[in-house]
Design a protein around this ligand. Structure first.
Ligand SMILES: Cc1cc2nc3c(=O)[nH]c(=O)nc-3n(C[C@H](O)[C@H](O)[C@H](O)COP(=O)(O)O)c2cc1C
Length: 382
């Protein structure tokens, strides 16, 4: 029976464990390029034992970013910075994964700590928003949205394919498309955002056309031997939005188009969600287990899986195949090592590079020497 530390093989790629660093948008790029900051951030998580390491969502066009400081892959000049990131992840024992995205009507934002408000198209850091239908998201996303033409949709699919070619050249071994969280793919799938009357709107097949065409375009350049996955906005938690039953059907259709794993998340096509579950532990797991069971495809989910015992149990119970960790990966670069200790793994330091793993394993009189006091002792006993 696999546990959190069992290897996981998908296509020709084997992860050393079931722990993925979930993609998390940073705002540290200049003209879309990655640099030392990104090498530090993702290299340290690979050194801390994460099996699969996703840098942030990487935009396939400049208008596909969240802020003007987000990373991109719309130009060959981005390959060099991305290749530095893949090299350090691989050298530290992880598998480098890329999440390709386009933010659609949720782009052109300020950085979170500057207010996270949307910027108008004539602002130096803003741009014109485009999406399936001319409907603003609302709330803090206030600016008018233009409807994408069919020709522009084709252009975005070509941008995905070009991005996939560059991702391969940069050394990524796993490619995920970000079609959740209210971004472009998510809004094509959701009746809340997509009210088109052409072949890209209406019934489920039409609302899924954008996804299938993107999958086909990417697979044409992304080798069959490497995983192609999708983060799907599988539930809008709104009576007029995407219902989870539709997502189950959608994953089945996409499996037939070469989808290797479903990473299920929330649609976030509206802020007016019914009974938002965000404080509940592991709330996506049950949905993931249903897709895994009914569609017969490997599944990963994120959301509140940062307690080691919970993360381990959902793998042991064969509910999902991969645990995606977002905030826990930011708060603790060595989360996998810590989890290994919590779960009585026989050799937690096998997860870090041998250069320091050997020392930590062999050169200590007791656990406190390495800052691992007995539970409770950190607060008192000097
Ligand atoms: C700072 C930050 C940035 C994020 N950016 C992305 C992103 O670029 N792509 C994405 O799919 N999810 C993004 N997310 C969501 C995470 O990948 C993850 O799904 C979410 O935080 C839930 O997992 P957690 O409970 O382990 O944090 C982001 C989350 C955070 C905290």
């Amino acid at each position: 029976m696999p546990d959190l530390f069992s290897p996981f093989t998908l296509k020709d790629v084997t992860l050393r464990n079931r722990i993925a660093m979930s993609p998390m948008t940073m705002h540290r790029s200049v003209d879309g390029a990655m640099g030392d900051y990104h090498v530090m951030l993702y290299g340290s998580r690979a050194a801390g034992g994460f099996g699969l390491v996703f840098p942030e969502q990487i935009a396939v066009t400049p208008e596909g970013r969240t802020t003007s400081a987000c990373a991109g892959i719309w130009d060959d000049r981005h390959i060099e910075g991305l290749a530095r990131v893949t090299r350090i992840i691989r050298e530290m024992g992880g598998v480098p994964a890329i999440q390709l995205g386009h933010t659609g009507r949720k782009g052109s934002e300020q950085k979170p700590w500057e207010g996270k408000l949307q910027l108008p198209p004539d602002h130096p850091d803003g741009w014109q928003l485009k999406a399936p239908s001319p409907i603003s998201y609302g709330g803090r996303y206030t600016y008018p949205v233009e409807e994408l033409t069919v020709a522009e949709i084709g252009g975005i699919h070509r941008a995905y394919a070009d991005a996939a070619r560059r991702a391969l050249e940069a050394g990524f071994e796993w490619l995920e498309m970000h079609f959740a969280h209210g971004y472009l793919g998510a809004s094509f799938f959701s009746p809340l955002a997509n009210q088109r009357t052409d072949q890209y709107g209406g019934d489920l097949d039409n609302r899924l056309r954008f996804h299938i065409e993107a999958l086909d375009a990417v697979r044409a350049v992304w080798p069959e031997r490497l995983p192609l996955t999708m983060r799907l906005g599988s539930d809008d938690l709104h009576p007029d939005g995407v219902q989870f039953d539709e997502a189950v059907v959608a994953v089945g259709r996409m499996k037939a188009h070469g989808l290797d794993l479903a990473d299920l998340s929330i649609g976030f096509n509206t802020d007016e969600m019914t009974d938002p579950p965000f404080a509940r532990m592991s709330f996506m797991v049950e949905r993931g287990a249903r897709v895994r069971r009914e569609v017969g495809i490997p599944v990963g989910v994120s959301w509140n899986l940062g307690l080691p015992a919970v993360a381990d149990q959902v793998i042991r119970d064969a509910l999902i195949d991969l645990v995606f960790l977002g905030r826990p990966a930011l708060s603790n670069p060595h989360w996998p090592v810590w989890a290994a200790r919590e779960l009585a793994h026989p050799d937690p330091f096998s997860l870090v590079p041998e250069d320091w793993g050997w020392w930590l394993r062999n050169f200590r009189a007791h656990e406190a020497c390495i800052g691992w006091p007995a539970p409770g002792a950190a607060r008192g006993a000097a």
